[in-house]
Ligand binder design. Structure first.
Ligand code: UN1
Length: 490
């Protein structure tokens, strides 16, 4: 299969180097992804710019009609897309179906915005004067999406951009171009006007950089690592671009002494080991009250031994591979660091290198205890199936430990006490807080994002996403027939 760019409504063949797309479950090559250059970005950005004014003039409810069509196509192809997603990215099929559902939900939600996009009407301080605010598109949005949620995150960014009247240049991850290619086919099938969405495959260092630098692209929305995110911010900032960043996490589940232990264990397992720990929202720290620590550790160990690992297409498996060899090595490196730092490795800790796992990239679900909050394994994002368990003596200490990292994406607390719960949701310094659930599972109609090093103050999803892709315009209509001076003629 030949992956092509999609520019100005045309499929465009890319000459030159290509990169193998590998199924992480068994090492098989699925396709090759073309490595585009700044030349293709330039074509795409110019096409997007040419199309933008006309697209912005299409009434928003009509722009939304395309999104409804996209939603119906995604719905119809849900199984097929999810299967491809599992092959390409590795997450188990049940989760892949969930991810496609997330894109469907986002398409319907943002389509609904076509008939809302609320601004404000407010009274003027002067008589016979009308005041309101309306949203206007920014122009061309450049979206750069990751491999861990390749279709959901693309939908979080592309759909609000489109419904608000922007045109789009999209660079999908090189690890997951096939699912992006299928999504692009849907954009083509629903008949979006030429240039409204353009897809350029290639590396971040070339295609991504060229997008940020391109004078016709005004917004960059990026999800990925902090290392890359800060480069995106630096370059984008210098050029006065609007940059929306969704970066790392070091998310914790707090388990208080009055918690439902079975529920907490389920929540920890699901949010730490689901997607093999490769969600930005994955639980990678468990902060547990000392009085129930022993029971939590014992129950976690029992349940971890039951977790079935393997190809995500087999429904017997609960945990799939990680994305590639360098991810395996990175996880392994952190496990070695954890041991050197003096944490106790109680479960897992190894790359699975014997058949049937040897052709894929599998890491054992891993549990460290006796972890101190300052240790590297409790501070840095590992992005794999590794839990660091930290013991605390009070809610105050739990919150201090939770907040004592550079990230602020997601947190969770298990407790039955209403005062504990409300105090925690107030004090936890993260963009998402869960009560009596794990750290994953955000719904698309609420803002998604985090505080501190997790981003730069913007949010994906929900109404908040509209703020990324629009400018506010305040409109004053004076129908008094005379010059009225605000703040003076009052
Ligand atoms: C991500 O980890 O980058 O909240 C996205 C969740 C999913 C999205 C995760 N709905 O876990």
């Amino acid at each position: 299969m030949q992956i092509q760019n999609y520019i100005d409504g045309q499929w465009v063949e890319v000459e030159g180097k290509k990169l193998a797309v590998i199924n992480p479950a068994n090492g098989q090559q699925l396709a090759q992804v073309p490595l585009s250059t700044a030349v293709e970005v330039d074509m795409a950005a110019k096409a997007a710019k040419r199309a933008q004014k006309a697209w912005a003039n299409v009434p928003a409810p009509k722009r939304a009609d395309y999104l409804y069509e996209i939603a119906f196509h995604l719905k119809q192809k849900k199984e097929q897309l999810a299967t491809l997603l599992t092959k390409e990215m590795g997450k188990v099929l049940e989760e892949a179906l969930g991810e496609v559902q997330e894109a469907i939900d986002m398409a319907f939600y943002m389509a609904g915005e076509g008939r809302r996009l609320f601004g404000e009407t407010v009274p003027s301080e002067l008589s016979h004067k009308f005041a309101m605010s309306v949203r206007t598109p920014v122009g061309v949005a450049g979206i750069i999406t990751p491999w861990n949620f390749p279709i959901a995150i693309a939908s979080w960014k592309a759909f609000p951009a489109l419904v608000t009247g922007n045109t789009v240049v999209w660079k999908p991850s090189n690890e997951t171009p096939l699912i992006a290619y299928e999504m692009t086919k849907i954009f083509n099938e629903v008949g979006l006007p030429a240039g409204v969405i353009n897809v350029v495959f290639g590396a971040g260092s070339t295609v991504g950089t060229a997008m940020i630098e391109h004078p016709d692209i005004q917004i960059i929305s990026f999800t990925g690592s902090n290392e890359t995110g800060s480069k995106v911010a630096e370059l984008g900032g210098k050029l006065l671009k609007k940059v929306s960043l969704e970066l790392g996490g070091k998310n914790a589940v707090i388990v208080m002494d009055d918690a439902d232990i079975e529920l907490a264990v389920e929540g920890i397992l699901w949010s730490a080991f689901g997607t093999a720990g490769q969600r930005c929202t994955a639980c990678s720290r468990v902060i547990v009250h000392k009085d129930i620590k022993e029971s939590i550790v014992a129950r976690l160990r029992e349940e971890m031994k039951k977790l079935t690992i393997g190809n995500g297409l087999d429904s017997a498996n609960k945990i799939g591979p990680v994305i590639n060899k360098s991810a395996l090595e990175k996880i392994n490196k952190y496990v070695q660091i954890g041991k050197q730092e003096g944490a106790t490795l109680l479960e897992g800790g190894h790359i699975l290198s014997e058949p049937p796992f040897d052709q894929g990239y599998y890491f054992e679900p891993t549990l460290f205890v006796d972890v101190e909050p300052h240790m590297i394994i409790a501070q840095e994002e590992i992005f794999g199936p590794v839990i660091s368990l930290i013991e605390v003596s009070s809610l105050e200490e739990a919150i201090e430990v939770n907040n004592g990292v550079v990230f602020g994406l997601s947190s969770s607390i298990f407790s039955k006490d209403v005062n504990t719960i409300f105090k925690a949701q107030h004090l936890l310094d993260t963009g998402i807080v869960y009560v009596n659930a794990g750290t994953t599972g955000a719904e698309i109609h609420l803002p998604f994002g985090g505080t501190k090093g997790t981003g730069n103050g913007h949010r994906d999803s929900g109404q908040a996403a509209l703020d990324v892709y629009t400018e506010w315009k305040s409109v004053y209509v004076d129908y008094s027939g005379k010059l009225q001076r605000a703040q003076i003629d009052v």
